[in-house]
Design a protein around this ligand. Structure first.
Ligand SMILES: O=C(O)CCC(=O)C(=O)O
Length: 279
């Protein structure tokens, strides 16, 4: 895997870079099969945690806030009937699995720490980065929820800001099934807010700019299965609902610079005996 200077310049200028054919389609299929098995083994009765990017629903969700070193399952917001029963089968109702697949599942571990990922991290200046978060995102047919416009550094904040998101398309991602959209160059306007833990242990947004996102500048990033979208931590991006009959599975990984300070008031924390690891 080699990325050239033109691609590095694109990443620097736009705040994102699309690398087609980064992952082998067979490797994508293996991740899909593994996620399917994890879902089969998961008993939804264990927990009913409705994931929503509309933050109020997350504020007191201990299940979410303690998932940084676990493999946990989060449902689509629209997955439930009014009586709390699932509208669709369990495997069609889960929004995502997070947030330590890369450490706890051997297949996701190997995929996340392969030589191409290492070389890419190095190329963008992340020498021996720490792998802090992974998510398997289903974007289910018909009910796949939107992810509102955000910067990843709002949720995974470091000082200085030194974070990259790697978004692997495990299936073709199109406008119809809810591909990513991004604001080219939007990473150059600073951090808009931080989601941080208060002294009382609640999560709240600390806002630095109340300017709305210039969403008319969003461009769709339609990509084929196996593509990787590299995202700067300050890049505003989002995805719309999936109302199509096709899913849009993706695997995401977040890397931070080894020397950046990772504050204790970020939501995602690790116990001392399970620290973040590099490659
Ligand atoms: O996959 C998606 O729909 C959105 C993912 C995303 O924005 C993120 O992980 O930061």
């Amino acid at each position: 895997m080699h990325i050239d200077q033109t691609q590095l310049d694109q990443y620097r200028d736009n705040g994102f870079l699309v690398l087609e054919g980064f992952a082998d389609p067979a490797a994508c299929d293996r991740l899909r099969a593994r996620a399917e098995k994890l879902v089969q083994e998961f008993d939804p009765a264990e927990v009913v945690s409705i994931f929503s990017t509309r933050e109020q629903n997350r504020l007191t969700d201990e299940y979410f806030l303690t998932s940084g070193d676990k493999i946990r399952f989060f449902f689509e917001e629209n997955a439930f009937n009014a009586d709390g029963t699932l509208k669709y089968a369990k495997e069609k109702s889960i929004n995502k699995i997070g947030h330590a697949l890369h450490d706890l599942d051997p297949l996701f571990d190997r995929f996340s720490r392969n030589d191409n990922v290492k070389a890419l991290a190095q190329a963008i200046g992340l020498e021996k980065p720490l792998l802090v978060q992974s998510m398997y995102i289903f974007k289910q047919p018909n009910i796949g929820g939107e992810v509102t416009c955000h910067q990843d550094s709002t949720f995974i904040y470091t000082e200085p800001i030194d974070i990259a998101g790697l978004w692997f398309a495990l299936e073709d991602a199109t406008i119809e099934n809810g591909c990513l959209w991004a604001i080219p160059g939007g990473h150059r306007h600073g951090l808009k807010s931080r989601w941080r833990r208060t002294n009382e242990g609640r999560m709240e947004f600390e806002t630095y700019s109340s300017e709305p996102w210039p969403e008319s500048e969003l461009v769709p990033l339609e990509v084929a299965k196996g593509s990787l979208i590299l995202l700067h931590g300050l890049l505003p991006h989002r995805s719309f609902e999936n109302r199509s009959s096709r899913s849009r599975h993706a695997y995401t990984l977040h890397l931070i610079g080894r020397d950046a300070k990772y504050p204790t008031d970020n939501w995602l924390q690790r116990p001392v005996n399970k620290p973040f690891r590099s490659f």
